[in-house]
Design a protein around this ligand. Structure first.
Ligand code: BTN
Length: 245
C-alpha cells in the first residue's frame, strides 16, 4: 500500500487509510506549519474536490489521490505557474510508463484525447496546495465518464504501481517548481511540445462568458493564445475548454 512511501518521503509523508479530501487536509496541515514538500496521500478519498466546486470521483482501490504542500520562495504573482507545472510533471510520469500524454491547458492531462488526471491548486497566504487525482483503473469509472475519461490501466500503462506514479510526479514537480522563477522558458517549451489544443478550434469559459477561437499554443508567460478574427487574445485563466474540431 501507499504507506511504503514513508521510505522515500520520510517525515514529509502524511498517510491516511481513508480521508474526505487530501486537499482539505493539506490546507489544514499548511495552517499548522507542515513543511514545504509535504505530501498528503490516502488509500481512499471519499469526498474529493474538483475545480469549479465539482466533486472528484475516486475509484475504490484503483485511483490515486494526493496533494503536495508548497511554500514557494518566489513572488506570489508566479504561483499560478505551479498548477501548469503540475500538469507537466504528471505528463512526465506517464511518459516514464511508455505512453504519450498531452496537456490540455492549463493542466488536464489527456491520453488519446481523454482525461486521465485532474489537478486542483488552492493557495493560501503563505503556502499553496496542489492536488492530483489519477484514474488508475477503468473499471472504477462511472458509466457517464467513460466517454471523456480514461485510466492508465486502459491505456496500457502496464504494471507501474500507484507508488511509482506518485514518486514520479512528485520528483518532477519539485524539480520544475524550482525552475519557475529561474528558467520558465524551458518549462514553456516542454508545455508547448505536449499542447493538446494547438491548432484546434476551441470553446471555453472566462468567468460566465463563453468564447471561442483557434488555439495558437502557449505564450511565453504560460498563457493560452487564441486567435479570434484578426487578433490574438491571451488568457491567463479559463475553464471548460472544449475542442470544436
Ligand atoms: C479537476 O479536474 O476538476 C480537478 C480534480 C482534482 C482531484 C484531486 S484528487 C487529490 C486532491 N484532493 C482533492 O480533494 N482534489 C484533488
Amino acid at each position: 500500500d501507499l504507506a511504503v512511501l514513508r521510505g522515500q518521503l520520510g517525515e514529509r509523508l502524511h498517510y491516511f487509510e481513508e480521508i474526505g479530501s487530501t486537499n482539505e487536509e493539506a490546507l489544514r496541515l499548511g495552517q499548522s506549519g507542515a513543511i514545504d514538500g509535504s505530501v498528503i496521500v490516502a488509500e481512499r478519498q471519499l469526498a474529493g474536490r474538483g475545480r469549479r466546486g465539482a466533486s472528484w470521483f475516486c475509484g475504490e482501490g484503483k485511483g490515486l489521490a494526493f496533494s503536495m504542500l508548497l511554500r514557494p520562495q518566489f513572488e506570489r504573482a508566479l504561483w499560478p505557474r505551479l498548477s501548469l507545472v503540475a500538469g507537466l510533471a504528471v505528463a512526465k510520469a506517464i511518459e516514464a510508463a511508455g505512453l504519450f500524454p498531452e496537456v490540455k491547458w492549463p493542466n488536464d492531462v489527456l491520453i488519446g484525447g481523454r482525461k486521465v488526471c485532474g489537478i486542483l491548486m488552492e493557495a493560501e497566504k503563505d503556502f499553496a496546495v496542489v492536488g492530483i487525482g489519477f484514474n488508475v483503473g477503468q473499471a472504477d469509472l462511472p458509466q457517464e465518464l467513460r466517454e471523456v475519461a480514461t485510466s492508465l490501466e486502459t491505456e496500457g500503462a502496464g504494471e507501474l504501481a500507484r507508488e511509482t506514479y506518485l514518486l514520479g510526479v512528485e520528483a518532477a514537480f519539485v524539480n520544475y517548481a524550482r525552475l519557475i522563477a529561474t528558467d520558465f522558458p524551458y518549462l514553456v517549451e516542454m508545455l508547448r511540445e505536449r499542447c493538446a489544443l494547438e491548432g484546434k478550434k476551441i470553446e471555453f469559459l472566462v468567468g460566465q462568458d463563453r468564447r471561442e477561437g483557434f488555439c495558437q499554443g502557449i505564450g511565453d508567460g504560460g498563457e493560452l493564445l487564441v486567435r479570434n478574427g484578426g487578433k490574438v487574445e491571451r488568457y491567463f485563466a479559463a475553464d471548460q475548454i472544449r475542442p470544436l474540431l
